[in-house]
Design a protein around this ligand. Structure first.
Ligand SMILES: Cc1cc2nc3c(=O)[nH]c(=O)nc-3n(C[C@H](O)[C@H](O)[C@H](O)COP(=O)(O)OP(=O)(O)OC[C@H]3O[C@@H](n4cnc5c(N)ncnc54)[C@H](O)[C@@H]3O)c2cc1C
Ligand SMILES: *[C@@H]1O[C@H](CO)[C@@H](O)[C@H](O)[C@H]1NC(C)=O
Ligand SMILES: *[C@@H]1O[C@H](CO)[C@@H](O)[C@H](O)[C@H]1NC(C)=O
Ligand SMILES: *[C@@H]1O[C@H](CO)[C@@H](O)[C@H](O)[C@H]1NC(C)=O
Ligand SMILES: *[C@@H]1O[C@H](CO)[C@@H](O)[C@H](O)[C@H]1NC(C)=O
Ligand SMILES: *[C@@H]1O[C@H](CO)[C@@H](O)[C@H](O)[C@H]1NC(C)=O
Length: 401
């Protein structure tokens, strides 16, 4: 692509320094001519892990979701379109499964890049690990899965556990009959030490000549008038990766998550979905980052402090479900509680171009909910494609809100 194809006076400002904003900024930077300035404006930037003695609660707000994630990649299976009629899916359910099918493409693409990063740059805080899932009440889309299917990625060694293995698992976790595991699988995935990884992304962005500005914006439009990254008289192209914090989109809402970081180090990620809709999971953090014991999903709950009774229940449940990790409550070496807000949005990630006013262009990339890490590179590439099209003046990509 030739340099002259771009409007050279237009620079790019990404609002947001979460995993989506940083991945998008890096992707844009790699594909724009060197003379363009890419900046990231955010009220909050990556901070170090509490396991290194820093208190994350003092350096990151609950609204900076990227600092509170586990994080692992746990695929969400969907019903294939060919089964909609037979399964009597409602319009609403069909829309949801269409969304999951699209997200799978982003997730598989992201997994490829994350695994490459893990292999080339172990210092990035990404590691490839074995994964297991135990479901007490498996939905139909799980029951349709077969060993060898592409679950997390093309080479994930996906396997559905057989009856004998289920019996052994149920015996091992001493389950009562009513919370028996009915379906389980194993595969290969990756886990993320979120503080190390976001710091690594930021470092790469800065090394490539990127700029950062710490600013709490009253509205997204304020970023047009910052006078930063502006070469000439034109306003920059804005990329809205603000999570859900501007809160002008009625489709977004808070899903509170509380987890516990312990120093005890596990070596695979396990998720148990209980019959009552609760979850119990372990996520090891690479580079001796400890293990995340989780976790809650509390819709519309805006409490930003950790609830001690929730911490106890999470740890107690983990001893019950994962006895080969920590058998007794007193053996947990607790580092800290985590409380974060997932930037959930009805319909999923919003990646579109908007022209709110003449001469101004916004590319949106927000609303990743509980999947920001696992969709990050796929989302960043889509955002980047739209940015390049806008800079090349391809007006047909514009949508009016
Ligand atoms: C408990 C928990 C567990 C999770 N586990 C996982 C997991 O295992 N796997 C996974 O993939 N995802 C997980 N997630 C979800 C993941 O954390 C989010 O999807 C992801 O962090 C969203 O990233 P983001 O960049 O969109 O937003 P954020 O990380 O929230 O970043 C928003 C950015 O925008 C900036 N900003 C916002 N408003 C303003 C303003 N007014 N002015 C200036 N800057 C502003 C902020 O400062 C920040 O830099 C989890 C989340 C939680 C809470
Ligand atoms: C600013 O734009 C001019 C072209 O108008 C270009 O020659 C110059 O390199 C740009 N400066 C930077 C720092 O990108
Ligand atoms: C779908 O609806 C039909 C007709 O009501 C019914 O016979 C069938 O059992 C339903 N299938 C499922 C999977 O619920
Ligand atoms: C930008 O993102 C936020 C989510 O943080 C959303 O509420 C808002 O509608 C988006 N657009 C503008 C113009 O702020
Ligand atoms: C994880 O630890 C267990 C127990 O120490 C060990 O048996 C197992 O081989 C380890 N697995 C991996 C993938 O390192
Ligand atoms: C612990 O597990 C029980 C049984 O599934 C569940 O009811 C409870 O809500 C769980 N606690 C937490 C904090 O997830």
């Amino acid at each position: 692509m030739s340099l002259t194809a771009f409007n050279q006076l237009q620079d790019v400002v990404v609002v947001g320094a979460g995993v989506i904003g940083l991945s998008a900024a890096l992707s844009i930077q790699q594909r724009l001519p060197k003379s363009s300035i890419v900046s990231v404006v955010a009220s909050e930037f990556p901070c170090p892990s509490p396991i290194q003695g820093h208190n994350t609660a003092e350096t990151a707000s609950a609204d900076y979701a990227s600092m509170w994630a586990g994080a692992h990649y746990r695929p969400i299976p969907y019903m294939p379109q060919s089964a909609y009629a037979e399964q009597n899916l409602s319009q609403h359910q069909q829309k949801f499964h269409d969304q999951l099918a699209q997200e799978k493409q982003l997730a598989v693409r992201t997994a490829k890049i994350m695994k490459d990063i893990a292999q080339q740059f172990p210092e990035s805080g990404i590691q490839i690990v074995p994964a297991e899932e135990y479901l007490e009440t498996p939905p139909q889309e799980n029951l349709l899965l077969k060993t060898g299917d592409v679950y997390a990625s093309g080479d994930d060694c996906f396997r559905v556990l057989d009856r004998t293995e289920l019996t052994a698992l149920n015996h091992k976790t001493a389950s009562r009959h009513e919370d028996e595991i009915k379906w389980a699988c194993s595969y290969e995935t990756y886990v993320v030490n979120v503080h190390v990884y976001c710091g690594w992304l930021l470092h790469r962005f800065l090394s490539n000549g990127g700029k950062t500005i710490t600013r709490n914006l009253g509205s997204l439009a304020d970023a047009f008038t910052l006078g930063i990254a502006k070469n000439g008289s034109q306003t920059p192209l804005l990329v809205n990766c603000s999570g859900r914090n501007f809160d002008t989109d009625p489709a977004t809402k808070i899903i509170r998550g509380q987890t516990v970081l312990v120093r005890n180090q596990y070596n695979k990620t396990i998720t148990r979905q209980c019959a009552d809709g609760t979850w119990s999971f372990l996520i090891p953090r690479p580079l001796n980052g400890g293990t995340i014991v989780g976790g809650t999903k509390e819709i519309g709950d805006d409490e930003t402090h950790a609830r001690p009774e929730t911490r106890n229940k999470l740890l107690e449940n983990a001893t019950h479900y994962f006895p080969d990790f920590v058998k007794d409550m007193k053996d947990f070496d607790i580092v800290t509680d985590n409380v974060g807000r997932r930037p959930w949005r009805e319909g999923g990630l919003r990646i579109v171009v908007e022209k709110p006013e003449d001469g101004r262009t916004v590319v949106h990339g927000y609303g990743a909910g509980g999947r920001g890490y696992e969709l990050s590179w796929g989302a960043a590439e889509k955002i980047c494609d739209l940015v390049l099209k806008c800079l090349q003046g391809e007006d047909e990509v514009m949508v009016k809100l």
